[in-house]
Design a protein around this ligand. Sequence first.
Ligand code: AAT
Length: 284
Amino acid sequence: LRKGWFTESCEMWPGGTFSFEVKEVLYKEKSQYQDIFVCDTKNFGRALVLDGIIQCTEKDEFSYQEMISFLPLCCHKNPEKVLIVGGGDGGVAREVAKHPKVKEIVQVEIDAKVIEVSKKYLPFMAVGFDSKKLTLHVGDGFEFMKNHSREFDVIITDSSDPVGPAVNLFQENYFALMKSALKPNGIVCSQAGTFWNDLELVTNTLQFCRNQFPAAAYAYASVPTYPSGLIGFVIGSLDPNVKFDSPQITFTKEEERQMNLRYYNSDIHKAAFTLPSFIRNQLA
Ligand code: AAT
């Protein structure tokens, strides 16, 4: 291990890993749920790391947060009420609040410390918590889901990987709970790992979603600081006729600029569902 560098190692991606050079350690402490590490890096701006796994960096977080938010929001005709599970840095709330049809956002994050630390060190994402549309709860997303039915148009699960507190959020009964928390024609979108490292995770998560929803698909985006430089999303809809790759709303260039969309546009929305052959065959 090189001195002054952070290396992300995990049993989920054995034998190879990503590293960045650390300029300054800003915060390092164990919360009730996980080890929280925030630092300033040489080339990626500030970074948030939980249990040794990179959650986001200032340089590329917009790619992940815009895509996990706008893919499901733009597949829905009228996404008025949105639930975010996880997302303790505030980045997904920041994005969801931009959508013109969203009236109400509810968020449930398990770790109050992540929220607190993000407000202090990661204000470029934590601005999401200032939205007047948002009601923020601290709690477990899985437990929360049990107490809500027919309430949300869109549920976004911005969760950490399935080690630690997020394990339940990758199971089929979580998809079943989300299904009953949705209004008719509701849509879910979950962080679902990358096909280079975690083909089994991707396959299983998509299968769970397919078992519960009449329509389901996998999409992905480029995020250089995530394992293998990509992250995928499993998206499911209660509308069997949904066309995931044709967005219900297209923003003009001017709207994209006003909303500060730096990754998402209608073309990338369509492209995100176009998969390489070996993945398409595996997920068929
Ligand atoms: N916004 C991009 C970063 C994330 S954050 C994942 C969040 O999920 C964390 O704040 C974590 O505390 C929260 N979380 C974990 N488990 C639960 C749970 N059961 N209920 C509610 N919130 C939870 C995602 C990074 C993806 C990394 C890819 N390698």
